[in-house]
Design a protein around this ligand. Structure first.
Ligand SMILES: [Zn+2]
Length: 200
């Protein structure tokens, strides 16, 4: 199963998991701190390090460190798309690139349609879908957190098939689901699939 292989490689390399990543199953462990259960699969609910508590048979995703970091203007961040509206997307910032720490303060960011790409975008739903993991630039922190993904290094770094939730693989300029063959378009980062979260 490519998704599992991807996770194993990812965890072995950085020991970091993303929200939504599978860390275990209910046959093996119980969902613990930093995880949730979905159809028998235990997934991470935050960015962190998967550390199973074998004594209590619990899956635990620990935060990266205990000292939180504040988001600043100009930061490159990793965010998870929560909702796609007619003129913007709402994304939750889950990681500040280069800072292996939890985030303090407001993490609920807005990405306006005009800030998505250098090319003209009419409808954000042609570029992003809920659940996408994106790399974005912080253009404003107060009064509201604003993001932009115009650079070619910014955009989706990981996306799931909207039909079957299988991770999408980049085929040329299009993302394809190896499970159901569904093809989808996104505003992708030029290194789509590279899950080194601290790469600028
Ligand atoms: Zn699919």
């Amino acid at each position: 199963m490519p998704y599992l292989i991807l996770n194993v490689i990812f965890m072995a390399k950085n020991k970091i998991v993303l929200p939504g990543d599978q860390v275990s199953t209910v046959e093996e462990l119980m969902p613990g701190e930093g995880t949730f259960e979905e159809n028998g699969v235990i997934r991470a609910s935050r960015v962190g390090i998967f550390q199973p508590d074998n004594k209590h048979k619990k899956a635990v995703v620990k935060p990266l460190t205990s000292i939180p970091v504040e988001i600043k203007r100009g930061d490159t961040v990793i965010a998870k798309v929560n909702s796609v509206r007619s003129n913007m997307i709402i994304a939750d910032v889950i990681h500040v690139v280069g800072k292996k720490r939890d985030i303090s303060g407001d993490t609920n960011g807005t990405l306006r349609v005009s800030e998505i790409s250098n090319a003209y975008v009419k409808d954000p739903s042609t570029e992003y879908a809920p659940g996408d993991i994106i790399r974005a630039k912080v253009t404003q922190v107060k009064p509201s957190l604003q993001l932009a993904t115009k650079d070619r290094h910014l955009g989706v770094i990981k996306a799931m098939c909207t039909k079957c939730r299988h991770p999408l693989t980049l085929k040329g300029r299009i993302l394809e689901c190896e499970n159901c063959r569904n093809r989808e378009k996104r505003k992708i980062a030029d290194d789509y699939g590279n899950l080194d979260l601290d790469k600028f």
